[in-house]
Design a protein around this ligand. Sequence first.
Ligand code: MG
Length: 394
Amino acid sequence: MNIRKNIAILGSTGSIGTQALEVIGANPGLFRAFMLTAQSSADLLISQALQFDPAYVVICDHTKYHYVKEALAHTNVKVLAGIEAITETVTHTDIHTVLTAMVGFAGLEPTIAAVEAGKDIALANKETLVVAGELVTGLAKKHGVKILPVDSEHSAIFQCLAGEENNVVEKIILTASGGPFRGKDLDFLSRVVREDALKHPNWVMGAKITIDSATLMNKGLEVIEAKWLFGLTAEQIEVIVHPQSIIHSMVQFEDGSIKAQMGLPDMKLPIQYAFTYPHRLKNDFKRFDFTNYPNLTFEKPDTKTFRNLAIAFEALNRGGNMPCIVNAANEVAVKGFLNNNISFLAMSDIVETCMQKITYKAQPLLDDYLNTDKETRIFAQNLIEQMPLKAVQI
Ligand code: MG
């Protein structure tokens, strides 16, 4: 590579965003952080802008616009506010790759705008494909843009598939750490609180994805994401629990051969691969040593206790706007749990009730997704407010 790539990071103050800036900072000759955006973390956004000198920063929260603008007044950085500013600026001619690392449904519209403007997408916002996979992958094909997965499992599969373009995939095997409650029963889960669920054994991540990992909804969303990224049927996607998180996922080809991508858990690698694909780039990330891990273990996921994985497969099979319903209900439920308003197990109840009650659409268009998302959020929020059961306080 000899052209310096301009990268837009949507969600630069989150876990993926900050690690992406580490990758950029380590390779200033290869990458430039051209645009940075944050939901509301104004101070971190300001310090990132001072360090990386992007052309644009966007703060979603309008109330913080003047604060950010003031702090960067002596620089050349253009400061904008609001989600509309992100959707507009992401189409800038000088941008090569857009890293979508914001949380949840909010990633959809900016991602669509970037795809339509012909930008390659380094996809960390899995909700985009969960909600509107058919629409987004169709647009990517139409505009000839690459969707480069940043999710560690999907990056693993993507890496296993390199050079295998003409070979038939029998199935993929997505690995799951099992989260902090692996092996626990429903009685145990009925008593867990926010702080327990926020302790992930292997990965340090944002609050939403950490809770999703504890409920296995993260794996469920990844199953749907994999379907769209790799053009698979539900039967071709298997989930296996691998608590050490060393094998990041596998592909089994039609001759029975399995390829795995492995390494220490470090999101900087999939981020870097998405930036440099199809090339690899030397780095000094910590190397894996097999002798430190004499026992790599595997077990079947417990979908009776962790219903969310079964829920996601059902949504995948029903298609249409069902994954959008599941995603919106889950976002609201996770927020309710993080606010100590509902119990851990109530999160799955809310998602299941929304699946039954929200209007199903077999062939949704973009407006249908937006309406479904809105309708589901209101309905799920009402469910939370009617729930007599609060999280157990200790
Ligand atoms: Mg993942």
